[in-house]
Write a protein that binds this ligand. Sequence first.
Ligand code: TGC
Ligand code: FAD
Length: 390
Amino acid sequence: QDLFQAPDYYQLDDLLTDEHKMVRDAAREWVKRDVSPIIEEAAQEAKFPKSIIDGLAGIGAFGPYIPEEYGGAGLDQISYGLIMQEIERGDSGVRSTASVQSSLVMYPIYKYGNEDQRKKYLPKLASGEWMGCFGLTEPDHGSNPGGMTTNFMDKGDHYLLNGAKLWISNSPFAQVAVVWAKDENDRIHGLIVERGMEGFSTPETHNKWSLRASATGELIFDNVKVPKENLLPNKSGLGAPLGCLDSARYGIAWGAIGAAMDCYDTALRYAKERTQFGKPIAGFQLQQKKLAEMITEITKAQLLAWRLGVLKNEGKATTAQISMAKRNNVDMALTVAREARQVLGAMGITGEYSIMRHMMNLESVITYEGTHDIHLLITGNDITGIPAFK
Ligand code: TGC
Ligand code: FAD
């Protein structure tokens, strides 16, 4: 990993400020030093490496764009994207941990919470003292979260929460869960549920072949008494959780580029070193085609992410634009990973190299935060005005 070269085929660094480059380089250095050496073993053992939490907080990965008064890093959206890119160069599961904490836990508390909630939770989440998770998906409602059945009733001095969430990143160890549930009028609200509340449990989901270094689990609510002050008061309806997804999906559009860069970089170096039939395999046209297409697609994805970042900084990025970038860039990364793995031949299937791990991770990334199909339908809806979801 010492030799990692992030491809910059179109001199995109010229579009970045000194602050962007400083933030990115700090993240890159940390990933190289503290993530890359331990991540393969963590993935093989299917263990979330808790040792990285302090480091993630240190590079500003928990709430990069949350204002400093709440403990966030107060950075812009391009810095946020670059941090996600560098983390996912190490591992998509580590980036997941940061995405969830920032965009799915801190963001809703910052955006939809009141001042007391912001002050109570955000600084502890920014420092990593508390870790959070986001409960939207249910066993019977994945792409269609509006159909959720998790619900709460007003019991006077508290709410009574019942239901279950599935496939929840960070759930097995999170202290705080932002949970989406329906009230008696079928209106969706966000509730902050804390570990230790009676009737709340978080069993881990085992035997994943993907995102093995990220802990995934359930959230089970069995008559959980949630204090009334834990309801997020400033937004309700399905648009509230979907608004958080906009922010996380944007980060993933950048993150996937990092995974692709690592696969490309590994394949390029291997192809130059590996000799067959008397010459480096990089000298064969078939391998050059793979490598040339990888760098072309990475470059296109970088331009898409950068432009989206500019729009996001200006408050102009639409949900549909974010969907297009998430869909394109994750698909690009998965294709790059599959091609890169072939360049390495048999070596590509081992844990000696990161490619197979990236490839398996990206199968989750192309599924969560809206599947590849759902993002296509979001674009289709945007350009035709006709929703084809139902
Ligand atoms: P639809 O009728 O289109 O919309 C319902 C209401 O929401 C509004 N809205 C939005 N508001 C803010 N931001 C957005 N992005 C919004 N998109 C829609 C919309 O205007 C409407 O408002 P109103 O006032 O008219 O009621 O809803 P629908 O039920 O038809 O669904 C649309 C669809 C399919 C696109 C949506 O449900 C969807 O995106 N489904 C995918 C579900 C998903 O992405 N789940 C992700 C779970 S979290 C996760 O995966 C974390 S992984 C993290 C990690 O480890 O990194
Ligand atoms: P389904 O919705 O059942 O979809 C199955 C297939 O049908 C897909 O190919 C889909 O594209 C297709 N499909 C569905 N609807 C349509 C349609 N209208 N038209 C055409 N095709 C359709 N969720 C959270 O809330 N919080 C988390 O932290 C979280 N972390 C996750 C971590 C991991 C590792 C994974 C794998 C998932 C995570 N998820 C999380 C859940 C994730 O968001 C869902 O898996 C995803 O939204 C898809 O839902 P589903 O798996 O139920 O698939």
